[in-house]
Design a protein around this ligand. Structure first.
Ligand SMILES: [Zn+2]
Length: 148
């Protein structure tokens, strides 16, 4: 995949993928940003989130719908996989490189990438771990520990 030139998915596009998986989107009011109910084929989002939170949570739950559920004793692994895949889907390399090149501070980086802090942090940490010798990833250090 030529990640460099891939466009980041819009919320509309992510919703279309969720629909293609046979899942319906519903809403809830408790604290968790999102849930995936495999048996009912429902993805639930917390009411009142920002557009970037909705976009990030939809991508996260779409990855659960696609790859889950893992066995009960492997839920941490499922969570790590889903967070990584969602962050990579949401933030193509071209977007991450621009964030690094412009040395964007957290608020600007989140606005530019149109994601929540968890997604940006997952993307940045993995890019830094994968590509430690590349100069450009050094510029991402300030984004590796974002307050949730
Ligand atoms: Zn999750």
């Amino acid at each position: 995949m030529t990640d460099h030139y891939r466009r980041p998915p819009s919320t509309k596009r992510i919703k279309a993928v969720i629909a293609a998986l046979g899942y319906e989107i519903v809403w809830h009011d408790d604290e968790a940003a999102g849930y995936t109910y495999f048996d009912e084929r429902l993805i639930s989002l917390r009411r009142g989130m920002t557009n970037n939170e909705v976009r990030s949570t939809l991508a996260h739950e779409a990855m659960h719908a696609m790859f889950g559920p893992f066995p009960a004793d492997q839920e941490d692994e499922e969570e790590r996989l889903v967070e990584w895949l969602a962050s990579r889907w949401l933030i193509p390399l071209s977007v991450l490189r621009t964030v690094a090149k412009r040395r964007l501070e957290p608020p600007q980086a989140l606005t530019y990438a149109r994601v929540d802090p968890a997604a940006l942090q997952a993307r940045v940490r993995r890019a830094m771990a994968d590509d430690q010798r590349a100069d450009w990833t050094q510029n991402l250090q300030q984004l590796a520990d974002l307050p949730a």
